[in-house]
Write a protein that binds this ligand. Structure first.
Ligand code: PXG
Ligand code: PLP
Length: 449
């Protein structure tokens, strides 16, 4: 293993040109990569190539709540590489993926039955959308092809995901590639009604009735599915109003529309329960997941479906392929091993309970930032929170960037997008660490004023 000095020497000669970085201001970062290149990680902390230690305020990108270099996950991955490193995904299987599917169904809300594996949230979403449209077709309702997403939604970057997604920056460049026959529900955020609310806002359930308007406009016979994040993560922790998801569920039931919860962020304990579905007491027809299923160690995603959906495909001769869909790495053995070890650790470390215990700590701390310069709103649920900042006049995004950069100086790796700072600390974080994170955020916000 390299020591920090070697890593630093390498970093100073860092050649950054060939790597086109995702969702990154490439030119800005490459001009000054200081503190932007991570060398190692352990527990709730990263270390940069310069040797600076950073608290992992967003659990990686929402995906590493058990902390880094988890010994049991590392061991499981390393053993699996030697035991069975790859197994063809089509017409073949391996023991760990069958048992993993069983375990995920066990964790899911009652009434779910099967799991289809992919390698990311984006693939999971595109898979769910394809299953939705194909399901209606195998049921003899081939006219049900329309997909309904929501404004400000994020469903990854696949062609399906950007189509049902509701972030204009992610869509506008690719507009000709987005699916036809997609419509969007309004988002549920209204600063005047729910500014600085803690947990679920009381106002806004009626916005689910907009689905009735879309049904009236397009007719139910053309609509396959509605996809929403139970809590909108990427948009900056937009929490569903009390009663909203229940109403969406009821309207979908009334019209034979499938309801898909995109739980790529909310799955596996971020809201204190296995899934957001359980936290909110609403069971969708499909759940997409990724990220935390392997603690971020190996890519994996998937779709959990109700048995009625799976069963609808199981017709015709039993030698026929029922669903013409899958990825080379669907159910990858190393990812499956990482997922088993992650589920073991979530159980053995009582991680969902820890997430629940941190929720009031984070809530209390984060709302103490109200009144700090430029703080426009604060929202939280589970171990997720966002602070929305007022834009500096004529400089969109500049204030959040300043907060981010000052955060690094303070030993905190915050996540910024647009005017928002999001935090989602690891479940293994202590109360003191969560409070320190918010204290440093206060310092950074003041410095950026
Ligand atoms: N659905 C949801 C709800 C997501 O949050 C995806 C799909 C796509 O997953 P993949 O694995 O293809 O990236 C996501 C991903 C952020 C951030 O900072 C959020 C995501 C990814 C990276 C950063 O909010 N969400
Ligand atoms: N492109 C080509 C040329 C391929 O052969 C394949 C898979 O065989 C893919 C794309 C899809 O790759 P994946 O299955 O990893 O999504």
């Amino acid at each position: 293993m390299k020591n920090e000095t070697t890593a630093l020497a390498e970093a100073s000669g860092l050649r950054t040109g060939a790597y086109w970085m995702p969702f990154t201001s490439n030119r800005y970062l490459k001009r000054n990569p200081r503190s932007r290149v991570l060398a190692r990680a352990e527990g709730a902390y990263y270390t940069t190539v310069e040797g600076k230690r950073l608290f992992d305020c967003l659990s990686g990108l929402w995906c590493c709540p058990l902390g880094h270099a988890h010994p049991k996950i590392a061991e499981a991955v390393s053993n699996q590489v030697r035991e069975l490193d790859y197994s063809p995904a089509f017409q073949m299987g391996h023991p760990k993926i069958f048992s993993l599917a069983e375990r995920i169904v066990e964790l899911a809300p009652r009434g779910m039955g099967q799991v289809f594996f992919a390698n990311s949230g984006s693939e999971a979403v595109d898979t769910a959308l394809k299953i939705a449209v194909a399901y209606h077709r195998v049921k003899g309702e081939a006219s049900r092809t329309r997909l309904i997403g929501r404004e400000r939604g994020y469903h990854g970057v696949g062609m399906g995901g950007i189509s049902v997604g509701g972030m204009s920056a992610n869509r506008k460049m690719f507009a000709p590639l987005t699916l036809l026959g997609v419509d969007h529900l309004p988002h549920t955020y209204d600063a005047a009604q729910m500014g600085f609310s803690r947990g679920q806002p009381k106002w806004g359930a009626h916005l689910a009735d907009e689905l009735e308007r879309l049904v009236a406009l397009h007719d139910a016979s053309t609509i396959a599915a509605v996809i929403v994040e139970p809590m909108q993560g990427s948009a900056g922790v937009l929490v569903p109003p009390v009663g909203y998801l229940e109403r969406l569920r009821a309207i979908c039931d009334k019209h034979g529309i499938l309801l898909i919860f995109d739980e790529v962020i909310t799955g596996f304990g971020r809201l204190g329960q296995a899934f957001g579905a359980q936290r909110f007491g609403v069971t969708p027809d499909m759940i997409t997941f990724a990220k935390i299923v392997t603690n971020g160690v190996i890519p994996m995603g998937g779709v959990i479906v109700k048995p009625a959906i799976y069963d609808a495909f199981m017709t015709g001769p039993d030698t026929a392929v029922e669903l013409f869909h899958g990825y080379t790495y669907s159910g990858h053995p190393v990812a499956a091993a990482a997922a088993h070890a992650t589920l073991d650790a979530l159980r053995d470390e009582d991680a969902f309970r820890r997430s629940r215990e941190l929720e009031p700590v984070l809530e209390q701390a984060i709302h103490s930032l109200k009144g700090e310069p430029g703080v426009a709103d604060i929202r939280n649920i589970g171990t997720a929170a966002a602070v929305e900042l007022e834009a500096l006049p004529g400089k969109p995004g500049a204030r959040a960037l300043k907060v981010f950069e000052r955060g690094i100086e303070e030993g905190m790796l915050f996540r910024f997008t647009g005017e928002t700072i999001a935090v989602a600390p690891p479940y293994i974080a202590t109360k003191a660490e969560v409070e320190a994170m918010v204290d440093k955020l206060r310092v950074a916000i003041r410095a950026a004023a």
